[in-house]
Every structure is written in C-alpha cells, then in structure tokens.
Design a protein around this ligand. Structure first.
Ligand SMILES: Nc1ncnc2c1ncn2[C@@H]1O[C@H](COP(=O)(O)OP(=O)(O)OP(=O)(O)O)[C@@H](O)[C@H]1O
Length: 353
C-alpha cells in the first residue's frame, strides 16, 4: 500500500451486490447495489436492524466475504479480487474487533496481542516491544500475564483492540464491538476508539444497531435496510434532519423525543372542534440549541408552552436539542412561525383535546 502508515485509508463500496444460496436452491440478495465512500481518517457508522446486511458489508473490507457484483477498494486497491500475497497485505492493513472479542483462552493478554505479529513473521524482540506499547495504549499495563477468563468484558475488548492494532493497520473494522458491554464500559471503549482515531488517524468503520453509539463516536453514518443504503451523510445532519422512516425509527430511541404514553394515546390527526392543543416537535441545532426561544414565546408573545419531553445533547461538538411541546391550537401557527423565524425546525405531530 502506498499511503503513510500513520494515516487512515479510504474505503469504497462501488455498486456492491451479494447473493447467498438459501435452502432449496433459492437465491437471496443480502446486499443490493451498495455504493458508499468512507473518507480516510473518518469514523463511519453503519446502522441497521438484524439481518440488514451490516456484517456482510463489513466483512468485504478485509476480504472475508466477496461481492457477487461490484467492487470494494481499500486505499484504492481492490479487495474483492485480491488473492494470495496481495490479500494478505491488505489484511495486515485492516484490523478487526468483534462483539464477543474472539480471544484465545489459552494465551495471556500479551500472547493474544502478539499473535498477528507472530503470523506476520516479526522477530521476537520487536514483538516484545510492540506488545508492551500496545498494552500501555489500551490501559492494560498490569494485566499482561493474565488470561482472558480473568478479565472483564471491557478489558477483553481492550485486548481485542490492541491485537487489531498490532500490525499497524490503516483501517479498523468494528463488528458490534460494544454490544455485549454495559453502558458505562461502552463509553470507555468508545472513548478509547476515539483516542486511537485521533492519535493514529486510522479509519474506523463500525457496524451497530444502536444510534447512541453512532451519536457518541461517528462523524458519518449510513443507514442500511434490507441490503440497501437508505440514507447516509454527516452524523449531525442525519440526526437533525433524518429523511428516511428507518432512520427516524432508530433515532426515536436515543434523542429523548418519544412521545410519553399519556400523550401518544390521546393523539389525533384532526384538530378538536373546540380548542385543544397542537403537539409539535421542535429541533434546535447549532448555536440555537441554547437560545431561550420557548421562554421568549411565553414572555414576549404571551403563548403558553407545555413541555412534554425532550433532551439537549451534543453530537460531536455541536449542541442539538429535540423537544416535544404542546401549544394552544389557536396560537400554534403563530408560535411555530416565530420559532422557525429564529432558526428552529418545527414539525406538527397531531392534536390532543
Ligand atoms: N453465509 C451465508 N449464507 C446464507 N445467508 C447468509 C449468509 N451470511 C449472511 N446471510 C444472510 O444475509 C442477510 C444479512 O446478514 P448479515 O449478517 O450481513 O446481517 P446483519 O445486518 O449483520 O445482521 P445481525 O445484526 O443480525 O448480525 C441475513 O438474512 C443472513 O441470514
């Protein structure tokens, strides 16, 4: 590969299709015409439900799976047709971590991390130095001689990460790496991955079914549904203006914007004959996320606002807020115009009597 070792490689999926033969000789399209460019040094999340095709797509980047049609390129080199020494060279440039860690139980922490270096034929003294560096990097300095069974899930994943970094890859693939971990440990592992991305500049491509993981780590995201990419872009844009129903459904679980049951059960699509309240989703982005617009709505315009649910958080370094409010039907149009004029986005969800 021609790129500098300290820099990440680009990944390109070019009209990739994959069909499997299912029982009874029936052909099944697991991936259909997938095109996606992953920028060098980015952290890109691929999110989708079970069976959407995430693993199949990820495994193509290191040649564990081959497309039926189309091409997959890493740093401009075609993985999909590579064989022998060329495929082995590409695999050295692409590390991978797994949901269930895939560690060898008979080897110590140091032994697991050394394995890819032994396979690559690196000399023993260099392996020793390199393994010690990697153990330090993932914060397991005191655990070099311990066995996987003696360690927690988070520590096991740290070994997995160190092992994946052993051959100094340009790309790190993460296959649901935090799905088996509790929320707190997930945060520490994601923070480690972010540090590695920042310090080494390597490209991280991760698959997940959790939008919170995408929010916390990914600069870009692609949403996959039944083998097709239905939406992709910068994480912030996807979170603030999702276009596809699948994306919206993934988002509803993470942004604190699910309607409380006591409102959802009463929600109707036609305005009640006498009065009632309009239920509105308000999205605050960028600098507007911290503006006191709802207070001004009440103070300056005399319109009462009822806050039903919501959250203000950060995606990358950008603040982002999502609130569900209700407004008196007769003043709702005026209130929404005021909010829109001040750079907020509003969406009418229905009415409650
Ligand atoms: N070797 C195979 N033979 C036959 N079908 C397969 C094979 N590998 C994957 N599939 C099918 O392709 C589809 C996509 O599978 P894939 O594992 O890529 O999905 P996924 O999004 O990663 O799901 P999960 O989150 O459950 O792992 C599924 O319907 C799966 O059954």
């Amino acid at each position: 590969m021609t790129e500098n070792k300290t820099r990440g490689a680009s990944i390109a999926f070019d009209t990739v299709g994959k069909s499997f033969n299912k029982a009874g000789g029936v052909s099944f399209n697991a991936l259909d015409n997938v095109s996606l460019s992953v920028a060098p040094g980015s952290i890109t999340g691929i999110i989708g439900r079970s069976g959407a095709g995430k693993s199949t797509l990820l495994r193509m980047v290191n040649g564990l799976e081959r497309p039926t049609s189309g091409r997959v390129l890493v740093a401009g080199q075609e993985v999909s047709t590579a064989k022998g020494a060329q495929l082995r060279a590409i695999r050295r440039d692409v590390g991978m971590i797994f949901q269930h860690f895939n560690l060898l139980s008979t080897r110590t922490v140091a032994g697991n991390i050394a394995l890819p270096l032994e396979i690559a034929g690196v000399k023993a003294p260099q392996i020793k130095t390199r393994v010690a560096d990697l153990i330090d990097r993932v914060g397991l300095t005191d655990h070099a001689g311990r066995y996987p069974a003696e360690l927690s899930g988070g520590q096991k994943q740290r070994i997995g990460i160190a092992r994946a970094l052993a051959t100094e890859p340009k790309v790190l693939l993460s296959d649901e790496a935090t799905s088996a971990l509790d929320p707190e440990t997930t945060q520490t592992v994601l923070a480690l991955l972010k540090d590695i991305n920042r310090d080494l500049g390597l490209t991280i491509l991760l698959i997940t079914h959790e939008m919170a993981v995408v929010r916390d780590i990914a600069s870009h995201v692609a949403v996959i549904e039944a083998g097709r990419i239905v939406e992709h872009g910068a994480t912030y844009d996807i979170f603030t203006a999702p276009q596809h129903a699948t994306t919206r459904s993934f988002l509803s679980g993470v942004t604190g914007v699910t309607l409380p049951a006591f409102v959802r059960d009463r929600l109707v699509q036609n305005a009640p004959a006498h009065g009632g309240e309009e239920v509105v989703r308000v999205t605050f982005t960028g600098t507007h996320a911290t503006d006191p617009m709802l207070a001004r709505l009440t103070k300056d315009m005399g319109i009462p606002v009822n806050i039903l649910a919501g959250a203000i958080e950060e995606i990358g370094t950008h603040p982002y807020g999502n609130l569900l409010i209700s407004l008196p039907v007769l003043q709702a149009a005026q209130a929404r115009a005021f909010l829109e004029n001040h750079g907020l986005t509003t969406e009418m969800l229905g009415y409650v009597g």
